[in-house]
Design a protein around this ligand. Structure first.
Ligand SMILES: Cc1ncc(COP(=O)(O)O)c(C=O)c1O
Length: 282
């Protein structure tokens, strides 16, 4: 059945949701996006995602006045009309439609659309997953801290590692572990400290990453935001990824090396539970 899509102020069936060839998202990946998770019909951390959307727009010098409350109503109508119980709402905003030129202007109206997707896996059950990762040299572009639709390298790498039997790639930037193709990455070190890469421009400032860090600090965990190598990961007690639709999902194997052999990940479990309890819902 066709789903409902929001496009430039109108709700239309997906077949009618079309954009011009000259949309700058098509020609230059000149677009930003957000993905907000829906659990039991409720949006998780919607306002934090909208804050990051505003940050992405500012970083790319895109002029658009984000009306958070109006867009919340759009999200909620799509969730209701498309009967999304567990899933997500995707929002994309491009610099608009213009003749192809490397020199942009902010005169065109931005193109904004939202659609929904159902999730096969109930996000509350992500704790039961056991991800396999393969470490991979960084090859993406340099503006990794902005959530843009410039995702081709990540897509190529994800497809390659999945053919090798893994779930995702873990990027190494100048020898340091950063993130996966679509999630942030944490370890519990040999010493029992929760460790994740700092926001140094080599990774996306994940909304879930920040929630998990805040919850970990508040819960009294020892936390370090610092650089770490793949050798430290191999020796870790636990590893997990975070993203809007993954919450905190355990990693069981990296480069064929087994982590959590006994299938036990107490820190990940604790943070997953705290996240589900505490994340703001709309
Ligand atoms: C490259 C990358 N890193 C991290 C994340 C996790 O971010 P968030 O927790 O905001 O979903 C994403 C999400 O799509 C991503 O694409």
């Amino acid at each position: 059945m066709s789903s409902l899509v929001y496009l430039n102020g109108r709700f239309v069936p997906e077949e009618q949701a079309t954009l011009p060839v000259f949309d700058r998202a098509t020609l230059f990946s000149d677009a930003v996006y957000e993905v907000t998770c829906v659990v039991d019909g409720q949006l998780f951390d919607y306002h934090a995602h909208m804050q990051r959307l505003k940050r992405s727009l500012t970083k790319l010098d895109m002029k658009y006045d984000v009306d958070t409350e109006a867009l919340l109503a759009v999200h909620q109508r799509l969730i209701a009309e498309n009967a999304i119980h567990n899933g997500m709402v995707y929002l994309q905003l491009s610099r608009g439609t213009a003749d192809r030129s490397f020199r942009y202007s902010n005169e065109p109206e931005p193109n904004l659309f939202c659609f929904t997707q159902k999730l096969g896996v109930d996000p509350k059950q992500t704790l039961q997953r056991r991800l396999k990762l393969i470490s991979t040299e960084e090859g993406r572009w340099s503006l990794l801290d902005i959530k843009t639709t410039q995702l081709l390298y990540a897509s190529l790498v994800k497809t390659r590692v999945m053919k090798q039997g893994a779930d995702d790639a873990l990027f190494l930037n100048n020898g340091y572990v950063t993130e996966t193709t679509a999630a942030n990455f944490f370890i519990v070190s040999e010493a029992g400290t929760l460790v994740t890469c700092p926001l140094n421009g080599t990774l996306l400032p994940g909304i879930t990453r920040q929630r998990i860090l805040d919850l970990a600090y508040a819960d009294g965990f020892s936390v370090e935001e610092r650089l770490f190598t793949i050798d430290e990961v191999y020796k870790a007690r636990e590893a997990f990824v975070t993203s809007a639709v993954n919450f905190a999902t355990p990693v069981a194997e990296i480069d064929g090396k087994c982590l959590i052999p006994e299938g036990n990940s107490p820190v990940t479990s604790r943070l997953h539970k705290l996240y589900l309890d505490e994340v703001p819902k709309s």
